[in-house]
Design a protein around this ligand. Structure first.
Ligand code: HEC
Length: 246
């Protein structure tokens, strides 16, 4: 009997929880869709080089950027952050606490290598709703069966700078210096020409990129040493390394 009551209680809880989201509407933004409460309306914004837009309920506003140059979650300025899976895609969420409001940023690592996806809201009054909207975002190749609930306890204090430092020291520092030329080029020089996406492919899947005149120049300078391949490196690890050395 005790178990039945318990079971009923869990069902009730679950029913209440889903009832709260029942009137949420699906909004189609083209490359992706999301769900939001009915009072949230789409906004059109003028994009430069990428597809930008947003949605608002008049109090809180979210804007997104989908394209090759989209921004990234800034782990250093985020107060707390976590890695997450949103409908089967790896994502990074950063939250910054203000005096009375909170700002939130989300970056979803897409399977198509040409585009990045970033959505954020500043000075939010209703963070829980915004996080639920984040969790509802899906792309044509997303898998809605893989969407674990987002629990605030799993957010880390931003010690990512330290993590970036140790990843860098362990894997890259023997050949690269942030500002000085060593066996490998300085990262300051590399960043002038390469972005994260390109560096990620260079490190994890080098055969998929054509070597250009810059790579050839770097290789000439290095003699017989070439950069190590890191097929296991994740985008989040690379984000941390770059966040530290930038
Ligand atoms: C054993 C030494 C060594 C290690 C360790 C190493 N690299 Fe390199 N790296 C090089 C050399 C040499 C080059 C230039 C020649 C080449 O492209 O292979 C290079 C080139 C690069 C380039 C520029 C490629 C281009 O053509 O623009 C990037 C970016 C880079 N490395 C990132 C990293 C990162 C990030 C790490 C650590 C996760 C790392 N490397 C670890 C030696 C190394």
């Amino acid at each position: 009997m005790k178990y039945i009551i318990c079971y009923l209680f869990i069902c009730l809880l679950f029913a209440c929880k889903t009832a709260g989201n029942q009137d949420w509407k699906s909004a189609d933004f083209g490359p992706f869709k999301l769900k939001a409460p009915p009072e949230w309306k789409k906004m059109k914004l003028q994009g430069f080089d990428s597809y930008v837009g947003g949605l608002t309920n008049g109090i809180d506003t979210l804007t997104f950027d989908y394209g090759w140059y989209s921004p990234e979650v800034d782990l250093d300025s985020a107060g707390i952050y976590r890695e997450d899976t949103i409908n089967g895609l790896v994502a990074l969420i950063g939250i910054t606490e203000g005096m009375t409001t909170r700002s939130a940023e989300l970056e979803i690592f897409l399977k198509d290598e040409k585009n990045r996806f970033f959505i954020s809201g500043k000075d939010l009054q209703d963070l829980p709703t915004v996080l639920k909207i984040f969790k509802s975002i899906y792309f044509p190749y997303s898998d809605t069966t893989i969407n674990p609930p987002l629990v605030m306890e799993k957010f880390h204090r931003s010690s990512s700078v330290m993590q970036g430092r140790s990843l860098y020291k362990f894997n890259c520092a023997s050949c690269h210096h942030p500002h000085k030329q060593m066996t490998g080029p300085s990262f300051a020089e590399v960043f002038k020409y390469r972005d994260k996406e390109w560096i990620y492919r260079f490190l994890t899947n080098r055969d998929s990129i054509k070597s250009d005149s810059l790579t050839i120049a770097f290789q000439k300078r290095a003699g017989s040493v070439t950069c190590i391949r890191f097929p296991e490196l994740t985008k989040i690890e690379l984000t941390r390394i770059l966040g530290y050395i930038r």
